[in-house]
Design a protein around this ligand. Structure first.
Ligand code: ATP
Ligand code: MG
Length: 401
């Protein structure tokens, strides 16, 4: 009988261990559910179970694609394709050699690779201590692959991990970084004011990273700026569902509000008044969807209109917290992140945003709240807002699975 009954699994680890009590249970359940959803298409039929502070996905079908998919799940700190084996020294040794053979195939065959074994025992009844197992398995590995490796305990490049559990042992030679952050949905929901530009997709992604489920709210000015703007925004939402698996996309016509502002407000106030209208409608959507905050792609001083005074004036219409994850980013930092998460190419497709409709040459830099309030009451803004809100289209976007 072979002692090397091995099975491929994926070990998915999570960080943020400071989470305690009720939060921790919520966090772990959410994470397991998000992992299951993310793997629905790439590894159908796999199970995801919690084991000693990590998630174990089995069997690891299409391990490479599944691992890549898991790199898009917030809350995971690292992922390892691993082999499961029995709690016997012979089995562990043989499995270690297999794992090392596969790992070494990925390295060039020139200088020896700094290497070590790292054992963790969550079951201390195993007859060898961690240090003994490190040493004995290390000897087996060196006997087999000696010239290609050099033992280096302090700065290894290749680490053979061995996790000894009550029922089985996992062996792995790769630790692929996860996306970090918190599981989407574990912290709450927010409505993102989503323009289809470069910034708001990155801001939405950052909110997701901190455990917030994002609902997308876009405003268009059909027929001035309409169908193609929405197609672009929807494509971006679809791209972002890689990170949260499904999303609600809300599209609201701002046209009549913009026309009223064009006809009845001081020119320089147009953009600020548009944005106040957007925040009001987004706040109503947030109430409907149980969201506790708003997210925008605003940044301080990036464009002339993004002054503290204007931000104050815009946020004054909502009592929800307004999160601005990009507030201290340089544009180049936002662009680098947009490229990394795959939104940049979609964002730069030339498509005007509704803020540009009737845009004045010199927008106001220090808008005054009392003046905004006064203009809005003159324009019967409440009715216009109610109408735009009623005409909001709500489009559910399915994730990749
Ligand atoms: P972005 O790159 O996200 O378009 P921006 O640098 O163009 O941002 P602004 O035009 O001042 O900056 O917009 C600031 C923020 O206002 C956007 O990041 C977004 O959150 C919100 N916003 C602007 N236009 C719209 C829109 N048409 N629909 C929804 N939100 C919008
Ligand atoms: Mg924009």
């Amino acid at each position: 009988m072979s002692t090397t009954e091995t099975r491929e699994v994926l070990l998915a680890r999570y960080g943020e261990l400071w989470l305690k009590g009720k939060n921790r249970g919520n966090f772990e359940r959410r994470l397991a559910r998000n992992v299951r959803r993310a793997l629905k298409t790439v590894a159908p039929g796999c199970t995801v179970e919690r084991e000693h502070g990590m998630l174990v996905v089995r069997p690891a079908q299409r391990a490479r694609e599944a691992t890549q998919r898991l790199q898009e799940v917030f809350g995971l700190s690292s992922i390892s394709p691993a082999r499961k084996t029995m709690r016997e020294f012979e089995a562990i040794a043989e499995t270690s050699l297999e794992a090392m053979r596969a790992a070494l195939a990925r390295y060039p065959d020139d200088a020896p690779i700094p290497f070590r074994v790292e054992t963790r025992r969550s079951d201390k009844r195993f007859h060898l201590t961690s240090v003994q197992l490190d040493r004995q398995i290390g000897e087996c590995v060196m006997a087999e692959f000696g010239p290609r490796l050099s033992v280096n305990l302090s700065k290894p490049e290749l680490v053979l991990g061995i996790n000894v559990r009550a029922e089985q042992v996992y062996v792995f030679a790769e630790r692929i970084p996860g996306a970090g952050g918190l599981p989407v949905g574990s912290v709450g929901r927010v409505v993102s004011l989503f323009s289809g530009g470069i910034d708001s997709p990155v801001a939405s992604w950052m909110a997701m990273k901190r455990g917030l489920e994002v609902i997308f709210s876009s405003f268009h000015s059909y027929p001035y700026v309409g169908a193609s703007f929405l197609r672009k925004a929807e494509k971006l939402v679809r791209r972002l569902t890689r990170f949260q698996n499904s999303a609600l996309f809300c599209a609201t016509p701002l046209t009549r509000i913009q026309e009223a502002i064009r006809d009845g407000a001081p020119k320089g106030y147009r953009t600020v008044l548009y944005r106040r209208a957007m925040q009001r409608i987004a706040t109503r959507i947030a109430e409907d969807e149980g969201a506790g905050g708003l997210v925008t792609g605003e940044c301080v001083g990036q464009v002339a209109s993004q002054t503290l005074e204007n931000m104050r004036c815009i946020q004054d219409v909502s009592d929800l917290p307004v999160l601005r994850p990009l507030v201290a980013f340089d544009k180049s930092e936002t662009i680098a992140l947009a490229k990394k998460i795959g939104t940049f190419e979609l964002s730069i497709e030339p498509e005007p945003d509704c803020c540009t409709v009737f845009q004045p040459q010199h927008p106001i830099l220090r808008a005054r709240i009392d003046l905004c309030d006064e203009v809005e009451s003159r324009l019967s803004m409440e009715e216009l807002l109610a109408e735009a809100y009623e005409r909001t289209e709500r489009i559910p976007i399915a994730g990749l699975g």
